[in-house]
Each structure stands twice: as structure tokens, then as C-alpha cells.
Design a protein. Structure first.
Length: 263
């Protein structure tokens, strides 16, 4: 059985300024977005590498604003509606992927309007660029020893004790499962699939299907938020929010398959 290494949450200390691992993971995610995005732009006749800077700016705004508002609305609405000023205290933590995802969709719609592109032309381009950023975020969760998994048998491979849980019980390192599934595997699927011309909307559809399915599976190993617990059908909030992604992704794939290629 393994014990979480208890990494120092500060990756770099420069005098009184400490750069935390989690913030560094966000930076790495954004850098990977630019690097891989420029590779995709070079393979495309419709995107210019210099457009990536504006695209990233819009995406960052969508991630931060959507992620925060998603956490407020999906996870702790009663608390934040009673304490609205606490919504601004982002340094205390509290970001939701599904909220950040919705925020990015809005940002990409605005970017598309500005550049004369359709919504799905933009989302098809960025979809393969997102999973590596998600992988970096999950690695940051693991380094921080947060969002640990459910209790499991000590005989299970990779069973790990997280001292932050304060119970000494073996748990799944679910952050690493999500790192692998939602990050590495999803990236490989999207990068390979998008290497050939596809009907508009199909790459976006595969992202919705893949992320929704992988997140739904990984949640079986992840400890639900203690202030929510299990919800309808004994599912977690993460699973309930992933179900619409799976259904919308399946419908979008079917709908886009009826359109002419590259239309």
C-alpha cells in the first residue's frame, strides 16, 4: 500500500513570493495549448498561429469566470447566495470543470463572432488542445493531495493513504485515474481522430462523448464532495453533470454525420 508523498504545495519560492504547484499546472496547461495549437494551425489552411494568443485569452476568461460561477451554482449555491462577497474569494479555492467548460463555450462563441467563424469551427479546432490542460490540472490535484478517491481495499493496486483525509484509510488515487483518462487517453483519441478532415462538429462531439464518459467512469473511484454526498440514483454531482455531455455529444455526432464533409 502506498502513502501520498505529501509534496510541498509551493513549487518555487522567490523571497516572500511562492509559486504553487497548482498555479504552475495551470500555466503548463496554457503553454501546452499554445504549443499544440500552433502545430494544428500549421496543418490548417484556415487558422493562423498568431490567432492562438487571442484564442487563449478568451479561453482563460471562460475557464476562470465559468469555473468559479459553476462551482457557486452547482455545488454551494445556498452558501454563496447567503455570502455573495465570498464569490470573489477565488484564492480560497472552488472551481468546477463543468462550469469552466460552459464558460469556454461562451468565450468561443464570442471569439467566433469576432473572427467570422462558426461556433463548431472554433470548438473543433480547440477540442484536441484541451485534454493536456485537464491532465495538468489533475496532476496538480494529486500534488496537493486533494480530491482523493473513495475508500478501497489495501490489496488493490495503487491503493494509497492520503493524510489530508485524516482517516488513515486506503483510497483510490482518483486524480491519477482522471489524469490518465480525461487527459492522456482523451488527448490521443482526439489528436488522432482530428488528423484527418472531419465533418464540422464531429471533433467537438467526440470531445463531449469522451470526456463525459471518462469522467463518469472515474467518478466511481472519486470521493464525492462531503457537503453533497451521493445524489439521485446514488450518483455524484460530477456524474450527473457528465450525463448531459454524453447525450449531447451523441446527438451532435449523429447530427453532424448527416452534413456534407467540412460543411
Amino acid at each position: 500500500m502506498l502513502i501520498h508523498p505529501q509534496f510541498n504545495p509551493i513549487a518555487i519560492q522567490i523571497g516572500p513570493i511562492g509559486i504553487h504547484w497548482y498555479g504552475l499546472m495551470y500555466l503548463i496547461g496554457f503553454m501546452l495549448f499554445l504549443f499544440m495549437g500552433r502545430m494544428r494551425a500549421k496543418q490548417s489552411n484556415t487558422w493562423k498561429p498568431e490567432e492562438l494568443d487571442d484564442l487563449l485569452f478568451y479561453g482563460v476568461l471562460g475557464v476562470i469566470l465559468g469555473g468559479r460561477l459553476g462551482y457557486v451554482l452547482f455545488y454551494k449555491p445556498d452558501f454563496y447566495f447567503s455570502n455573495p462577497l465570498d464569490i470573489l474569494k477565488v484564492w480560497e479555492g472552488g472551481m468546477a470543470f463543468h462550469g469552466g467548460f460552459l464558460g469556454v463555450l461562451v468565450a468561443m462563441w464570442v471569439f467566433g463572432r469576432k473572427t467570422g467563424r462558426s461556433f463548431f469551427q472554433v470548438t473543433d479546432f480547440i477540442a484536441p488542445l484541451v485534454p493536456l490542460g485537464l491532465a495538468a490540472g489533475r496532476l496538480g490535484n494529486f500534488i496537493n493531495g486533494e480530491l482523493w478517491g473513495r475508500v478501497t481495499s489495501a490489496d488493490m493496486p495503487f491503493a494509497m493513504i492520503f493524510p489530508q483525509a485524516h482517516d488513515g484509510l486506503p483510497r483510490h488515487p482518483s486524480q491519477l485515474y482522471q489524469f490518465a483518462l480525461e487527459g492522456i487517453v482523451l488527448f490521443a483519441l482526439l489528436w488522432i481522430y482530428s488528423a484527418k478532415p472531419r465533418r464540422t462538429g464531429q471533433v467537438s462531439a467526440l470531445f463531449l462523448l469522451g470526456y463525459g464518459l471518462f469522467r463518469f467512469i472515474a467518478e466511481f473511484a472519486r470521493e464525492p464532495d462531503d457537503f453533497l454526498g451521493y445524489l439521485a440514483l446514488h450518483l455524484s454531482m460530477g456524474q450527473l453533470l457528465s450525463l448531459p455531455m454524453i447525450l449531447i455529444g451523441a446527438h451532435l455526432f449523429w447530427w453532424s454525420s448527416k452534413k456534407p464533409r467540412n460543411a
